[in-house]
Design a protein around this ligand. Sequence first.
Ligand SMILES: Cc1ncc(C[n+]2csc(CCOP(=O)(O)OP(=O)(O)O)c2C)c(N)n1
Ligand code: SF4
Length: 515
Amino acid sequence: MTRKDLVSSSEVRWCPGCGDYAILNSIQNVLPKLGLPREKYVFVSGIGCSSRLPYYMNTYGFHTIHGRAPAIATGIKVANPDLSVWVITGDGDGLSIGGNHFIHALRRNVNINVLLLNNRIYGLTKGQYSPTSEQGKKTKTSPYGSLEHPINPVCMALASESTFVARTVDSNPAHMKEVFEAAARHEGVSFVEIFQNCVIFNDKAFDNVAKRNVRDERLLKLEDQKPLLFGESQNKGISLKGGKSNVIVLGENGAVLEDVHVHDAHNQDPSYAYRLSQMDYPEHPIPIGIFRQVQAETYENQVVEQVKEATNIQGRRNLQALLRGDDYWEVADEGETISKSSAGGTKLGDEGKIMEERITELLKTKDEPLTQALQEPVGKIFQNYGRLRTKSISPTDSISKAIGLFKAHKLECLLVIKKSKLVGFVTQRDIIMRVVLTSIDRDTTPVSVIMVNSYDALSENNTVGDAINVVSTSGHRYLPLKLKNRRYGIVTVRQILWFIHAKIMGQDTPDEPEQ
Ligand SMILES: Cc1ncc(C[n+]2csc(CCOP(=O)(O)OP(=O)(O)O)c2C)c(N)n1
Ligand code: SF4
């Protein structure tokens, strides 16, 4: 992969001379060095001129909502840990509306790269002051000068305990590339502030420190394990003696190289990097480079591990089960007691409740045989225990026809099929409760009125754990299964329980459950 492969066909909409071009170019130069194919990259942004960058990368990209790129990038990374995920944000997007998301992505140590293009202004909306604008800044929204003390993005990243914190400048492509590459290779969250020039609404904002003719004197290039030296002839340094950051000139007042502090980006104590982050021109040179790089477990690795552990104990769960929770409250009419029910308890009836409680009890044990039983394919239950007698009917057929089928074939359950797809089922109990005990007209009412609507049926390859989730959330005693050749079958809660019980008791081929 070369830089060219990363250039998209989208027309670039930035103003001529905007610092964003150089940043884009540096990113496109760095990625080919990382050895990942193009489809492994995702660029996620919020809203702003800077946030248009994903359009110009010929990779996956997501131009999301204002300030929310870190949250979306977190989701992408957690769901796909093998992707290289980059957040592109601005000082407005990342630090105003998105300040909260910014902090949380950093503190969680999600292994993503957050590039903050800081032009100290809202560019896209035509020049309002931003959280990084200097005090006294006159803009359309601060005509008499901003009264606000600006945020120092590096300082904010350090306070969020980001494991990689760096700063670079759009006018120094070589430095940008160095920093971007280090950020990409860091295992954990990387935060990079980039001084970016907005030629239209905040031109020359960084010229006083970053312009070629002054930058050697006013910027301090941080290099790990090297003394904090700066100046055209590298004759000035930073001493941290006495708890203060002092500029010393080698050879003056007895200052020697040994007095200059040696940079340690891997210092576990964040207060060192914090002191560097407080250095500002004109009292000090402004540090660029890597302030801090430490190791910590990444968020997504922890999530993957936790999911594995939980799956071992509980089997795989489904979203519906998660949303329903394990129990819910039934709010009774005024004056009556409010009762708490376990999921599906009301539909299962007493016998079902007892079974469900037994399953719940079994689930609490962490025995190996139980874990194994939960991971067995549910199709085994269907094959082990003689097939439950079922027939199919159309949803528009009458209830009378359904009753006829129940009688003629001694059925327990009738599958309701529409265009070869299972849409519901009717049980003996439904016939008793919804037909026999009511005055419903059996000849004119279609089966669809009394049937239990079916969710997506599980396949034979789903696990017993999946089956338990479905029966416990749906509350039904019958679980339809999708078989081969577009056929359907049924397993019952009783069979599932019996199967698990038999497995725990060490029986390989579980006996037929008593009916
Ligand atoms: C919810 C919402 N609020 C406000 C805006 C207006 N808006 C669009 S971009 C932006 C700020 C962009 O500033 P920055 O992140 O610094 O990006 P730049 O354009 O300078 O690169 C604002 C306030 C919006 N689009 N949506
Ligand atoms: S308005 Fe400023 S930040 Fe936006 S594209 Fe133009 S120069 Fe760049």
